[in-house]
Design a protein around this ligand. Sequence first.
Ligand SMILES: [Fe+2]
Length: 304
Amino acid sequence: MGQGHQRRGRQGGLMALTGNPLHPVFAAELHGIDFSRRLTDAGVTDVLDAMDRYAVCVVHHDRALSDEQHVAVSAQFGPMQRSRVLTVAGVKPRLARGEIIDQSNLDDRGNLYNEGDRRLLYKRANRLWHTDMSFHPVRATYSLLSAHVIPPVAADTEFADLRAAYDALPVAMKARIDPLTVSHSYWYSRTLAGGPPASAEEQASRPPAVHPLVHRHPRSGRMSLYLASHASHILGMPIDEGRALIEELCAFATQPRFVYAHQWRVGDVLIWDNLCTMHRATEFDDTIVRRDVRRTTCREAAVD
Ligand SMILES: [Fe+2]
């Protein structure tokens, strides 16, 4: 599949899937597919093939998917993350489905958070470059972010291609980092972003996880960095030295030549591969304008 090249029609007689690249090294918008309907097995394969090539794909719809449609299509791409593990006193979900992660700036009654609200402070950690759920031993594969309400101000989501970044590293750096493993902690990134220190109960709800710094993508076979703001230190290396190396690699990987910025429209569903990209939300006045985006996440394996 690719630009100007159509595969045979697989979507129940609809037009074939095509990819329109949005950046020189990755990211594409997909045409000929509709995430509000159940995909055929061949349609799922086409999307995953596109993901192996582009790592970030957007599918436009006229209106936002319902939460049921969002969950249904996500479940076709692998075992799903279900209810939140996070324990924060007083939190009540705005959305009923346990598979939907609320990435809005709205409380359980649909109101904007006040400045200083603990939940808003944690959400602002999404402004750091990260990979979803790297703090868990079972890594996230695909995240699907669905746009319900988009503010009339710039509030892009930025993505970095960690395959292209790895490919561009000097040979000596690759040799240095290939054997390294990294500890990822949810709470490390939250406090890094200015959030309050986590309680012992909160820390226990999300202990750190260890992952290789470099890995071969299980589907595409391409080598990739695996980085995130959750990456707190490198095993077997002094903390400061490890953090400096992680920061150096993040700075390298988020150069403009590896970054795509998505400008949202209501109805967009963006799917990205957490095994070979990083992303971040960009800053906007989140106590003034509403932004309602909702995420589902698939995992490498089913998790209870
Ligand atoms: Fe994220």
